[in-house]
Design a protein around this ligand. Sequence first.
Ligand code: DAK
Length: 257
Amino acid sequence: MPSNLIVQAPADGVRLITLHRPQALNALNTALLEELAAELHAADQDPQIRAVVITGSRKAFAAGADINEMAERDLVGILDDPRVAHWQSIAGFGKPLIAAVNGFALGGGCELVMCADIVIAGSDARFGQPEINLGILPGAGGTQRLLRAVGKPLAMQMVLGGEAIDARHALQAGLVSEVTEPELTVERALQVAVAIAAKAPLAVRLAKEALLKAQDMDLASGLRFERHAFTLLAGTADRNEGIRAFQEKRPARFQGL
Ligand code: DAK
């Protein structure tokens, strides 16, 4: 049983994971990261789960890595630090991951947001990479994913200056997909998850993979990947079901086959 997470099944095919270390604004210590990585791994293996929503509290999605734990660790050992593997595992989650963000998403918290595929932010959300104030730099993908998300000047301002941005700015910059009233953030994220959970699972998985390739690959390689994925889906039962359902004017019933 995870002790730093609350895991719920609010709708068919959907898991809701709530970060729960209220005493430390959901600071991401090793135990929490390990639990999160394990929970996402289990969700990836479970064919009944089609989408995951991750959230925190109203005050904080997550205020970064646990600074007290960092004080006890020797960062020189980053290569064999267990948190590196947990972060890689979280970032490698293959199903849709939707972040519902209220309050502070700082440091590792902002990096966790950037591991998500879709980000719904409450209007009170604040995003930042304040590691520079501790004499370090982002260590869980922040320099790479933030620049790809918001572009060079703003990424530099946030990472070098430690400046946080609010939800509206994050929306304008492309860090989040939608801004809601804070009390509606989770509800809206769940709506998005429920809609995705009703789609053809193989198509969803491959579409996510193809979109992520766009960040890493040159255009020709990305287009080749898309063509291969398209060809693969052409042989699936769900593709036939989708087309038949359209012709018969009824909702499709996808099986993941
Ligand atoms: N770690 C530990 N405790 C934290 C914390 C954190 N990051 N953030 C907040 N807390 C604790 C506070 O110490 C306080 O505890 P008590 O004093 O009550 O015991 C409690 O949460 C409430 O916080 P505040 O009293 O400070 O609340 P305020 O509203 O006044 O301020 C704040 C909220 C978010 C502005 C402030 O708490 C703050 O500045 N927090 C630190 C934010 C920060 O610097 N985050 C970046 C951390 S560095 C790695 C991968 C990634 C990373 C590291 C390694 N590897 C792969 C190895 C990532 C590094 C980071 O994220």
